[in-house]
Design a protein around this ligand. Structure first.
Ligand code: SF4
Ligand code: SF4
Length: 425
């Protein structure tokens, strides 16, 4: 039992000749405001990768930037507090609301890292069979077909038939290429994703780029499945893709999808797959002079920074350089842009949990973002992540903004201005 300190109280203390009220010198007993049973928090922070949840000191900076809290009641501060109060994160719906957008980590003074906490805790929940059914279906589709949409693997390259230009497939091409284009799932299968792929193929062809794709040998990069808690599936996909890519000679790996970009830059090297990797906007921006942008697009356009191209990988300029080069196009920035950009809700597995999350939020994140674009007077919301076209187009309809706002991939806008496609502007 610690001995109590005797309070020493002087009426007046004189310090360096200055008289001070003696109360400053009172020695109090140490105060304990409340005591918690921290066993539930300890259970979370004992998981490798989830340790930093314990660092939270409740400053609330994360709550002011978390895109989920804007439309709901969720942020790292709240996760910490609820866990501290004994609510198990393994069983809480909080576990599935984070989109791993990384905005909280940008502002957190204690580096509470949800990008590491969420996949680690989710992995345990997934192993215990305790995850939203729609997410488990996306995992199952990815494991079975190599894509979360559940489309046949053999149809992965079917979109090239509508490209109207040669799109060499590496196992038929049988020659090295300068650029290997990793297309990814939504650009290969989703109707709107395919339109952006056709536009990009035509741009590459017009620029005389020597390129090829993996076709049926390509599988989902798996980055979002990893963030959603399926590390084992991610490893399997990474190994398969690395094996396929390693068969071919190329100088640059160009990716359409910022999530794949993230995987190739930060994760695949851990499994032995390391290539100079560029997002397609980074590949095209230095080639602007060679692009004949002649058809004007007289529209007010705003750009949505994808979390995994911007905050996660620091690229904000290349997409803007491309948009600014289009004649007639007026680029307007939304208040939440660049490192402070809002999130479309698709990251961290959110792409496959729309029913789960929409039941728990006042509106989808994509709907909040579309409203913001309309508030800034945009005619077109320009995107450069394959998740976004479908998410935002649905949100345009559900928020009653059909006819007011169009959603177009930057590749579509460029190809339109080059006279290679007729985009619905
Ligand atoms: S910003 Fe960091 S320390 Fe502050 S409340 Fe959020 S998680 Fe906790
Ligand atoms: S990563 Fe994004 S969605 Fe997740 S808690 Fe942080 S700010 Fe919120």
């Amino acid at each position: 039992m610690a001995q109590k300190a005797n309070p020493i109280e002087l009426e007046v203390a004189v310090v360096n000749g200055v008289e001070l009220n003696g109360h400053w010198n009172r020695i109090f007993e140490p105060r304990v405001i409340s005591e918690y049973d921290l066993s539930v928090l300890d259970e979370v922070t004992a998981i490798p990768g989830a340790e930093s949840l314990a660092y939270c000191y409740q400053c609330g900076k994360c709550t002011s930037v978390c895109p989920v809290d804007v439309v709901g009641d969720y942020s790292p501060r709240k996760v910490f507090r609820r866990t501290q109060l004994g609510i198990s994160l393994f069983e809480s719906e909080d576990l599935w609301l984070c989109t791993t957008c990384s905005d909280c980590l940008r502002v957190c003074p204690k580096e509470v890292n949800m990008i590491s906490i969420m996949p680690a805790v989710r992995e345990k929940a997934v192993m215990d069979g305790n995850a939203p059914q729609e997410l488990l279906s996306a995992f199952e589709n990815t494991a079975r077909y190599g894509n979360p949409l559940g489309e046949p693997a053999r149809k992965r390259a079917d979109w090239v038939k509508s490209a109207g230009v040669p799109v060499p497939i590496m196992n038929q091409h049988k020659a090295p290429v300068d650029v290997l284009w990793f297309v990814e799932c939504y650009p290969a299968y989703h109707p709107r994703g395919k339109e952006a792929s056709v536009a990009l193929a035509r741009i590459l062809h017009a620029l005389g780029v020597d390129f090829g794709i993996l076709g049926n040998e390509e599988k989902c990069s798996g980055d979002s499945q990893r963030m959603a808690g399926e590390a084992g599936l991610f490893e399997m996909l990474a190994e398969d893709n690395i094996k396929s890519l390693s068969k071919y000679a190329f100088n640059t790996l160009m990716v359409t999808d910022p999530h794949a970009f993230n995987a190739f830059r930060h994760e695949y090297p851990k499994y032995g797959g390391e290539w100079p990797t560029l997002h397609y906007t980074q590949f095209l921006a230095p080639r602007l002079e060679a692009m004949s942008l002649t058809v004007p697009i007289d529209r007010r356009v705003t750009f949505h920074d994808p979390c995994y191209l911007g905050r996660h990988n620091g690229e904000y300029e290349a997409p803007r350089a491309l948009l600014k080069a289009i004649p007639g196009l007026e680029l307007v920035e939304m208040g939440r842009c660049r490192e402070n950009s809002y999130c479309c809700g698709g990251g961290g597995g959110g792409m496959w949990m729309d029913s789960f999350t929409s039941e728990r939020l006042t509106m989808r994140l994509s709907e909040r973002r579309v409203k913001e674009a309309v508030e800034y007077g945009a005619d077109i919301l320009a995107v450069t992540c394959p998740y976004e076209v479908s998410r935002f187009e649905d949100a345009v309809k559900s928020t009653g903004n059909a006819g007011k706002l169009k959603v177009l991939d930057i590749a579509e806008l460029l190809a339109h201005s080059m006279g290679l496609v007729t985009a619905n502007i």
